[in-house]
Design a protein around this ligand. Structure first.
Ligand SMILES: Cc1cc2nc3c(=O)[nH]c(=O)nc-3n(C[C@H](O)[C@H](O)[C@H](O)COP(=O)(O)OP(=O)(O)OC[C@H]3O[C@@H](n4cnc5c(N)ncnc54)[C@H](O)[C@@H]3O)c2cc1C
Length: 397
C-alpha cells in the first residue's frame, strides 16, 4: 500500500484479526484483481476463476458467522475489506461482494435449514458460493429498490403449484445474473402489491431458470452483468426465504447492507485514482518543477483526499449502525449518495492530473472513470438515495 494512504485507511477501530482480512484482501487485489480487471475491460473472457478464488479465501461473505463456516466479520471490517477489493477492481469487487449481500439476506430471514445449506457455501466452503440478488426487471429498476408505491410493479410471478411455486418472468442488469450458484429472486405471489412479494432461492441448474445474455456496458466490465429468464421454473416451498409477503422487507434490509458495501468498493476505486494521480504528480515535471508543487494540481489532490476521507466516514458510520443492530437505511442512503458522487468526481479529477496521459489506455484512469459511473446507478440511483433521505427527514429521523 502506498505511504500516502496510511493515515486514511480508517482501520484503527477494527479488531486485529479483521485487519488481517483487509490485508489479505489488499494482497489479493494487488496480485489478482488489478490484472484480471484490466483484461476483462479489454474484452477478455470473464475471470470466474478469480471470483471463485476470492470467495474461497473468504472475501465474498466474511459476514457469515463462524458457526456456519465464515469469519464472522463485523460490518465495519467488511466495509474496510470491500474498499481493498474496490481498490483492486470495482467490477470484480461487485461480483465477489454479491455473496456477502445474499448471505446477509439469508442470515436475516432464512430458516435454520436454509442457513445450514447456503451460508457455508457463500463463505467459500466448496466452490459454489457465487451469489446474486435479482430485483431489477426489464420494466422496472428504481421501483424495486424503494418501497414508495403500492402498485403491482414486480412482474416476475410465483404461482402456487403442487408441492411448491412456479416462477415466471425475467430479471435484467443482475450482477452475476444467470451465472451465480445462489440467486435470490424477488417475485410477486398475488395482486396485492408489496405485501404479496416474496424472495425465492434459485440454484444454478434449477430447470426453467435460464441464463440470458451478458449485457455490454460502458465500464464495470470486471463485473458480469446479465439477464435471467424464468420459464416454468418449479421450486419447492422450502426455497421461499422467510414467510410469504416478507420479500420487500428482506430486500430493504439487504440493501441497507449492500449500499455501504458497494459504497466502500466505490471508495476503493476512488482511492486508487487518487494514489495514481498523487504518484504521477510527484514524478511529472513541468516548468522545471514537479507538478504537485503547482498550486492548482495540489489543490485538486487536496480536494480528492478530503472527499475520500469524508466518504469513508459516512460509509463506516452506516456500517457501524448495522453492526449495532440498528436500522441503517438512512445512513446507508447518505453513504451511497456521497460515495457514488465521490467516485465519479475523484476518478475524473485524477484523470485530469495526468493530462493527456490520463486519456490514454496506457494508464488505468480512463477505465476507472468509466467504471465509476455505475456507483451512482446500481443498488439504487443517486435520485433514489435522495428520495430515501428526504423520506427519513419527513418521518422526523
Ligand atoms: C452494472 C450494473 C449492475 C447491476 N446489478 C444489479 C443487481 O445485482 N441486482 C439488481 O436487482 N439490479 C442491479 N442493477 C440494476 C440497477 O439497480 C438499476 O439499473 C437501477 O436501480 C435503476 O433502475 P433502471 O435502470 O430501471 O432505471 P429507472 O428506474 O428506469 O430510472 C431511470 C431514471 O429515472 C430516475 N428515477 C426513477 N424513479 C425516480 C423517482 N421516483 N424519482 C426521481 N427519479 C427517479 C432514476 O434515478 C434514473 O435516473 C445493476 C445495474 C447495473 C448498471
Amino acid at each position: 500500500m502506498g505511504a500516502e494512504v496510511v493515515g486514511m485507511t480508517g482501520r484503527e477501530d477494527i479488531a486485529t484479526e479483521e485487519r488481517a482480512l483487509c490485508d489479505i484482501a489488499h494482497e489479493f487485489a494487488k496480485s489478482r484483481l488489478r490484472a484480471a480487471g484490466a483484461a476483462a475491460d479489454a474484452g477478455g473472457a470473464y475471470p470466474w476463476d478469480v471470483v471463485r478464488d476470492a470467495i474461497a479465501l473468504g472475501l465474498g461473505a466474511p459476514n457469515v458467522p463462524e458457526s456456519f463456516g465464515g469469519a464472522g466479520t463485523g460490518a465495519r471490517a467488511q466495509a474496510a475489506m470491500m474498499e481493498e477489493l474496490g481498490w483492486g477492481n470495482f467490477g470484480l469487487a461487485a461480483s465477489i461482494g454479491a455473496s456477502g449481500v445474499v448471505a446477509a439476506a439469508i442470515l436475516h430471514a432464512g430458516s435454520t435449514a436454509q442457513k445450514e445449506c447456503y451460508l457455508p457455501r457463500l463463505a467459500g466452503a466448496d466452490g459454489t458460493g457465487v451469489g446474486a440478488l435479482a430485483l431489477t426487471e426489464p420494466e422496472g429498476g428504481s421501483e424495486m429498490e424503494i418501497l414508495l408505491s403500492q402498485d403491482q410493479t414486480v412482474r416476475t410471478r410465483a404461482t402456487k403449484t403442487a408441492g411448491g411455486v412456479r416462477l415466471s418472468g425475467a430479471k435484467r442488469f443482475i450482477t452475476n445474473g444467470g451465472q451465480a450458484d445462489v440467486t435470490l429472486v424477488l417475485a410477486s405471489e398475488g395482486e396485492g402489491g408489496p405485501k404479496t412479494w416474496s424472495l425465492f432461492i434459485v440454484e444454478s441448474g434449477d430447470p426453467g431458470a435460464i441464463s440470458g445474455r451478458r449485457i455490454p456496458t460502458l465500464g464495470l466490465r470486471g463485473s458480469y452483468t446479465g439477464e435471467i429468464q424464468f420459464e416454468d421454473c418449479i421450486l419447492t416451498e422450502d426455497r421461499r426465504l422467510g414467510a410469504p409477503g416478507t420479500g420487500m422487507a428482506t430486500v430493504l434490509y439487504a440493501l441497507s447492507v449492500a449500499r455501504p458495501m458497494a459504497s466502500s468498493a466505490a471508495l476503493g476505486l476512488a482511492r486508487a485514482a487518487y494514489e495514481e494521480a498523487a504518484q504521477y504528480a510527484r514524478e511529472r515535471r513541468q516548468f522545471g518543477v514537479p507538478i504537485i508543487t503547482l498550486q492548482q494540481v495540489g489543490a485538486s489532490l487536496a480536494e480528492m483526499r478530503t472527499r475520500l476521507d469524508a466518504a469513508r466516514l459516512l460509509v463506516r458510520a452506516a456500517a457501524g449502525e448495522l453492526e449495532a443492530g440498528r436500522d441503517a437505511s438512512l445512513p446507508a442512503a447518505e453513504a451511497k449518495l456521497f460515495a457514488g458522487e465521490t467516485a465519479v468526481q475523484v476518478t475524473q479529477a485524477g484523470l485530469q492530473v495526468l493530462g493527456g496521459y490520463g486519456f490514454t489506455q496506457e494508464f488505468p484512469l480512463e477505465m476507472w472513470v468509466r467504471d465509476a459511473f455505475v456507483a451512482r446507478i446500481f443498488f439504487g440511483t443517486a435520485e433514489i438515495q435522495r428520495l430515501e433521505i428526504a423520506r427519513g427527514i419527513q418521518e422526523g429521523l
